[in-house]
Design a protein around this ligand. Structure first.
Ligand SMILES: Cc1cc2nc3c(=O)[nH]c(=O)nc-3n(C[C@H](O)[C@H](O)[C@H](O)COP(=O)(O)O)c2cc1C
Length: 355
């Protein structure tokens, strides 16, 4: 079986969530014995259809353009058994790159109008591959894909053999969602195996792919802290990632939230400790975090027992958190104090660090 997998994301490898999902799907398809060609449309020239109908009249089945679509992609498309259309969700549908590709598949149709029941359609000139659509979105609700799904179902009917949609895809790649991400990607691989073997995806697999990632209110709060930092620092998300810039909380509640999200239980084997932050200055109050290898919980007793107590002006600690000040240097200068098990202070970056 031959599969042509088209990735329409403009983002490069490592940044594209479409690519992450597609790689897992392709792994499954290959495991099931398919020969898969993956094409990043970002690297190809696919001119817009100009509606001249040359492909229907003067050169039937052949487009007037001479670009990568005409010479390479269209032949690969009609020569494949399955075509995977992988696209980021843009404005609640496929992106323009994917749409340009699909419009350029017009030569696969003949111009004539045929009718079946109440519906008029163009007959196929030759073979058309079965279609799988894969899409990822930033918003957390799966309903964001309803327009795309409806469009693809209308266009391809029974020829659409699989739909793989993942909302909250940007959050999915973050540290705290590692376990659920692994299960989702494993399910996408299973979908790849199923598509090649049975030309369908088991509903149980779809359920695993679309499982909730986390609390959407928490995700929205974390995302807003992140975007506010991008705006303040004048950095794009990719520049933030490349520089390792940490989002800067503006309140104690946001600080607690981000610390909980950043905590790495996999690095806390055998640990059982409470760290309390007593903040003064522009934000007054405490944040107590109870840490163990099973996870992190916010302790509700503000003045309760703690193994390490960090007392700091809020803005000083936020400067340390975001790398604008050096923690050791600030401690020496007396900008903050730490009492109790100082080994926890030393391990702070490890316990709350990025992967
Ligand atoms: C122009 C543009 C439009 C977008 N529109 C939507 C949208 O309608 N709904 C949504 O949930 N996410 C939307 N997003 C977010 C993307 O779907 C999300 O970031 C996705 O992970 C990008 O996939 P990629 O990493 O493979 O490029 C949009 C992003 C951009 C840049």
């Amino acid at each position: 079986m031959k599969v042509l997998a088209l990735n329409a994301s403009p983002r490069i490898k490592g940044q594209s969530k479409t690519e992450i999902m597609l790689s897992s799907l392709v792994a499954g398809m290959e495991r099931a014995g398919a020969r898969v060609e993956v094409v990043s449309l970002r690297t190809k020239t696919v001119k817009n259809c100009i509606g001249c109908y040359t492909c229907w009249t003067k050169t039937p089945g052949r487009c007037i353009h001479r670009d990568d679509m005409a010479t390479e992609l269209f032949p690969a498309f009609i020569g494949s058994d399955i075509a995977v259309f992988a696209t980021p969700l843009y404005h609640f549908t496929m992106n323009a790159t994917m749409k340009a590709f699909i419009e350029r598949t017009l030569p696969v149709l003949e111009p004539f109008l045929q009718q079946k029941g109440e519906t008029t359609f163009h007959p196929l000139r030759g073979r058309h591959p079965a279609v799988v659509v894969l899409s990822v979105a930033g918003f957390p609700e799966q309903s964001v894909f309803s327009q795309l799904s409806s469009h693809m179902r209308f266009m391809y009917g029974k020829g659409l053999i699989g739909e793989i949609y993942r909302s909250a895809a940007e959050a999915m790649v973050l540290g705290p969602y590692g376990k659920v991400r692994a299960d989702i990607l494993d399910a996408v691989t299973t979908a790849g195996v199923e598509l090649v073997k049975t030309m369908r995806i088991d509903p149980a697999t779809v359920e695993r792919i679309t499982q909730p990632i986390g609390d959407k209110t928490v995700m929205a709060r974390a995302a807003n802290i992140f975007w506010r930092t991008c705006i303040r620092e004048k950095m794009t998300p990719e520049e933030m990632r490349a520089k390792g810039t940490v989002p800067r909380p503006e309140s104690i509640e946001d600080f607690c939230l981000l610390m909980k999200m950043a905590f790495r239980p996999d690095r806390a084997a055998g640990l059982k400790a409470i760290i309390r932050f007593d903040f003064t200055g522009e934000q007054e109050g405490a944040c107590s975090l109870s840490l163990s290898e099973h996870g992190v919980e916010e302790s509700v007793q503000p003045g309760g027992r703690a193994d390490l107590v960090v007392s700091a002006p809020f803005d000083v600690w936020m400067d340390i958190l975001t790398g604008k000040a050096d923690g050791q240097d600030a401690l020496t200068k007396g900008w903050y104090t730490a009492e109790g098990d100082l080994s926890l202070l030393v391990r702070m970056r490890e316990l709350f660090g990025p992967s």
